[in-house]
Design a protein around this ligand. Structure first.
Ligand SMILES: Cc1cc2nc3c(=O)[nH]c(=O)nc-3n(C[C@H](O)[C@H](O)[C@H](O)COP(=O)(O)OP(=O)(O)OC[C@H]3O[C@@H](n4cnc5c(N)ncnc54)[C@H](O)[C@@H]3O)c2cc1C
Length: 523
């Protein structure tokens, strides 16, 4: 039981990203005495709202809420803790240089010269994708099956999974799913559609946040993941930016009794006799607990905080080998007014605006990062949230764009000049669609993958804490020995995006980890 006079807790959570907050909330709800230690001055990790300039604010990394688990939202009652949406279920608009833009919704598409046959195929294709996503969604919400150490829960999960694939989907759809699962998105889309703008926009969804282009194997699965998580892929804009989501999670955690300390960087996770005993902060303070769950990156956790000497050499090697290459940058622009996008009404601009004209354009943009260069003609996902949320900009507006591709290891480094040059490339790219944007800009900033590592601890700038590729997913994530959130060390767990099911503001990793901790299965 708890004895805070000795700085003792049931569980210590290292890191207050959204997954850490969710994990803490579930554990506290289950009666555990939980301490959360966050290095930064605020919780939220890569899901915060930050000051841009003057009274203007932006969502720093994540800007759209499209993956949050409805179960997490309901269980923690986030609405009663202040979570509100300023726009829900917005469309994606694939921008076209000639102004013939395409509007994409769950199963309907219009504009962009889409033919009747492509529009019909889109409906059929997306309906099937939502069926597949339903099956995949079941796997997102549970710990991966432990193939080395099958317990009763694993056997039940395996049976349910088999049932869902074979009987809910049916033999024909299951065989089609198995055919497609390892494919690249380009081959899948080329089999289905003719319209280049449609294929460009859909392929962008498969590569967003990854180190892949449409031709890279296996990213049909990342395409499905987007739909499988959250509310069937619906895209929302949280009121107050992404920081409002994590503020609600923090409020829920505190209401359940979690003690949260910010500005508390954990230096080491302490181990005695092959079991975790607690943590030591950089300032030397020690906190005790028999269970520690880390929301920090897996490499940071194992190699820096616990230390390799507490694990088998093979395990340490596998952790060191986890690929974590980031290829997305972010730009934030303070505007004195909304720029005009040729062919779009002001009311359209609240939607998710995507620049990805063709699959080949996306692939060409990706080519650069392989050689340590930035894309000369980058792809983008743009949001102007202040159109529906004046709390982000009392006067004027803010625009944020996730930009692909920018490498972590830029040839010559991210010098002041390299940053200014790439920011200029990005603004010029938006100006192709919104010619008067330059007149409206008050201030603009670029966040590189290196900044993401420095500011938010996203090693390599990878927003999933480890690339989402077939060999690093499901029971192989982050490495097979830790796929059920527990590391091969008594009392040591992970609860962040580096674990199954990966990144995106889902809360699923945090929830799944909490349920495993509560279950108390030992390795
Ligand atoms: C540019 C960009 C755009 C994105 N866009 C979207 C989007 O639109 N929608 C979406 O859903 N997702 C998006 N994402 C992904 C999403 O932001 C992340 O996957 C998610 O926030 C990860 O959450 P997490 O809680 O697992 O980890 P993190 O948010 O990384 O949290 C980890 C926490 O641990 C703390 N920490 C680390 N080390 C220590 C230590 N030693 N001591 C104490 N604390 C420590 C960190 O400070 C941090 O707060 C985007 C990411 C990026 C980078």
């Amino acid at each position: 039981m708890t004895n805070n006079l000795n700085n003792s807790y049931d569980v210590i959570i290292v890191g207050g990203g959204h997954n850490g907050l969710v994990c803490a909330g579930y554990l506290a709800k289950a009666g555990k005495n939980v301490l959360m230690l966050e290095a930064q001055s605020q919780v939220g990790g890569a899901a915060i709202t930050d000051k841009l300039i003057g009274g203007k604010k932006v969502s720093s990394c994540a800007h759209f809420l499209n993956q949050l688990s409805p179960r997490v939202s309901n269980d923690l009652n986030l609405a009663s803790h202040g979570l509100k949406l300023s726009a829900s279920n917005i469309s994606t608009i694939a921008l076209d240089l000639a102004g013939n833009h395409m509007h994409l919704n769950k199963t309907s598409v219009k504009g962009g010269n889409v033919s009747n046959s492509d529009a019909d195929n889109y409906k059929k294709f997306m309906t099937l994708m939502h069926e597949y996503a339903g099956t995949l969604g079941f796997m997102i919400d549970i710990a991966p099956i432990d193939i080395f150490n099958l317990d009763w829960d694993d056997k039940v999960a395996a049976m349910k999974l088999g049932w869902k694939f074979r009987f809910s989907l049916g033999a024909e759809k299951m065989s089609e799913f198995l055919r497609m699962i390892g494919m690249n998105i380009r081959d899948v889309l080329d089999d289905e559609f003719d319209n280049e703008l449609l294929k460009g926009a859909l392929s962008f969804d498969a590569v967003l946040g990854t180190y892949t282009g449409p031709y890279s194997p296996g990213n049909f699965l990342t395409f499905l993941y987007r739909i499988a998580s959250g509310n069937s892929g619906a895209v929302d804009i949280p009121k107050g930016g992404m920081g409002a989501v994590t503020a609600a999670m923090s409020s829920a955690a505190k209401a359940n009794g979690v003690e949260i300390r910010t500005g508390s960087r954990v230096k080491s996770i302490n181990v005695d006799n092959c079991a975790v005993t607690g943590v030591t902060l950089e300032n030397g303070e020690v906190f005790n607990a028999k269970i520690v769950a880390s929301n920090a990156n897996m490499k940071t956790t194992v190699l820096d905080m616990v230390g390799p000497r507490h694990f088998e050499a093979d395990f340490v090697k596998r952790v060191g080998d986890i690929r974590m290459r980031g290829a997305a940058a972010k730009i934030h622009i303070a505007l004195n007014d909304v720029p005009e996008f040729s062919g779009l009404a002001r009311g359209d601009l609240i939607n998710r605006l995507v620049i990805a004209p063709t699959q080949n354009d996306v692939e060409r943009a990706f080519n650069h990062v392989k050689y340590g260069e930035v894309s000369t003609s980058p792809m983008m996902e743009i949001s102007i949230p202040s159109l529906v949320d004046s709390s982000l900009a009392e006067d004027g507006h803010v625009l944020s764009a996730t930009v692909q591709y920018a490498p972590y290891d830029l040839k010559g480094g991210w010098t002041k000049k390299a940053r200014a040059d790439f920011l200029e490339v990005c603004i010029s790219r938006i100006a192709e669609y919104a010619p008067n944007i330059r007149e409206k800009i008050e201030y603009a900033e670029l966040i590189t993958p290196n900044d993401m590592e420095d500011r938010y601890g996203l090693i390599g700038g990878n927003w999933h804490h480890g690339e989402l590729t077939l060999d690093q997913m499901l029971m192989l994530r982050p490495v097979p020995e830790a796929s059920q959130y527990q590391l091969p060390l008594d009392g040591m767990y992970i609860c962040g995006a580096g674990a199954h099911p990966g990144g995106g503001v889902m809360g699923a990793a945090g929830r799944n980890a909490a349920l495993e901790i509560i279950k108390g299965k030992t390795k």
